[in-house]
Design a protein around this ligand. Structure first.
Ligand code: ZN
Length: 77
């Protein structure tokens, strides 16, 4: 209950995640998985985030997202 109130006031801190899920050959991947192919779900608010297996990190911020995307694009090119 208090956690929900804190969420409403300050936004979810996304401190607990599900185990990373890797999506392969799915027709419709969740938006979060489009970047790395792997995503986690926040157990508190249900939001999906891209997960970077190589760095063992959840990609939460849009800035970080763009950074990583640019990095990936370099490898593909
Ligand atoms: Zn959350």
């Amino acid at each position: 209950m208090i956690e929900k109130l804190v969420e409403a006031l300050f936004g979810c801190r996304h401190s607990r995640y599900s185990f990373p899920v890797t999506v392969r050959r799915a027709k419709r991947r969740p938006q979060a998985a489009a970047l790395t192919g792997t995503y986690v779900v926040c157990l508190d608010c249900g939001k999906e985030f891209a997960y970077d297996w190589q760095q063992m990190k959840v990609i939460t911020s849009p800035e970080r997202h763009r950074e990583r995307l640019a990095e990936l694009a370099k490898h593909v090119a």
